[in-house]
Design a protein around this ligand. Structure first.
Ligand code: UT7
Length: 333
């Protein structure tokens, strides 16, 4: 048998910098309540959301991604030409093919970086981070760019009580590259396809086209079972990610869960017995649930508000449609 050459990469990987893009249209609860017979009080009590941002037509998936990525590159001190792979986590790029990642890689000025989209819904950013970390360590990329981006307003039925007040738009990005010390912990990830139908596009595109009254196949969610699953099962996944990284809860500085619901965040923090001094991401209050973008957006706010700083240890955990989930401990850039 002829042996083929193999490669290895850096001993470890780390995040070099985070970038964010928040769309310009701020939508307070007062603007969504009428269509769903709800109230500002109910939305705040049940979800913690005060407002969200919805993109204008000009704020495309590509524009938001490129802007967030440029900020991440600048903060990282990494040139776009050093990026070997661009991973875009999204469910709201409206073309089945090609992936938006290739257009983003081109606009950023990468040197024909490998580029592809991944579909892991709200868990997409943590999936992308795990892939990027393994690429850097495996030798298939020197630096990789992970983008989480959504325009969920395109897929949201403003008259649906279960989702209209939750979903929102935005983009976040992270540059991942080599490190001398471990700074992206082992990923704990998985899926529960038995609950496939709990969050999904209402119908297949072929059924939309065949319909007498074609309508956007909006996202539908059975919120309560997802809520219970996220609050209880995900806390165990978070604990496993801490264990696999060899980190105790009292060594953690920041907890950055997917911004799905403030009550889910609080339930997970309680279940993992996080000490009071752990800073908890609460970007959902201002930003809504931006799916794949929510973790980098939340991190960006934590830096801006002084709740996160270079060298902090943070637990990231993301979960959503599929149901898919992923968690890892990282050292913050
Ligand atoms: O990002 C991906 C992962 N997604 C999530 O993790 C989301 C998880 N789910 C949730 O965040 C929550 O389930 C929601 C915020 C969506 C809903 O909160 P809930 O506590 O699960 O409410 P519920 O669906 O159990 O409904 C409670 C009550 C019901 O009334 P009764 O039967 O108690 O009289 C609903 O009819 O609230 C009513 N209700 C509403 N009232 C005002 C449901 N939706 C609304 C609404 N406004 N929009």
């Amino acid at each position: 048998m002829t042996a083929i050459e193999s490669v290895t990469g850096a001993p470890h990987a780390r995040i070099y910098g985070i970038g964010a893009y928040r769309p310009s249209r701020v939508i307070p609860n007062s603007e969504v309540v009428e269509a769903i017979d709800s109230s500002d009080e109910w939305i705040q009590q049940r979800s913690g959301i005060k407002q969200r941002r919805w993109a204008t037509p000009e704020e495309t998936v590509q524009l938001m991604s490129v802007t967030a990525a440029r900020q991440a590159l600048e903060r990282s001190g990494v040139d776009a030409r050093q990026i070997d792979c661009v991973i875009v986590a999204t469910v709201s790029h409206m073309f089945q093919t090609p992936a938006i990642a290739t257009a983003i890689a081109h606009e950023l000025g990468t040197d024909q970086a490998a580029a592809f989209d991944i579909s892991a819904a709200c868990a997409g950013f943590c999936h992308g981070l795990a892939l990027a970390s393994d690429m850097v360590r495996g030798g298939s990329a020197g630096y990789a760019l992970v983008i989480g981006v959504e325009r969920l307003s395109d897929l949201t039925d403003v008259g649906d009580r279960g989702t209209a007040f939750i979903f929102a738009d935005g983009a976040g990005a992270a540059v991942v590259g080599p490190s001398d010390t471990p700074a992206i912990g082992p990923v704990v990830w998985g899926s529960d396809g038995e609950q496939y139908g709990l969050i999904q596009q209402r119908e297949d595109w072929r059924d939309v086209v065949a319909s007498d009254h074609p309508q956007m196949p909006h996202l539908v969610m059975q919120g309560n079972p997802v809520f219970r699953w996220a609050s209880f099962v995900m806390a165990k996944v978070g604990q496993q990610a801490l264990d696999r990284a060899g980190i105790r809860a009292d060594q953690l500085d920041c907890f950055v869960p997917h911004q799905a619901n403030m009550r889910i965040t609080d339930a997970m923090a309680r279940a993992m017995k996080l000490p009071d001094n752990v800073k908890i991401a609460r970007d959902i209050a201002e930003q809504g649930n931006t799916s794949a973008a929510s973790i980098p957006l939340a991190l960006d706010r934590m830096y801006a508000e002084g709740d996160a700083k270079t060298g902090d240890t943070a637990l990231l955990i993301a979960f959503g449609a599929g149901l898919a989930y992923a968690a890892q401990v990282v050292v913050l850039p």
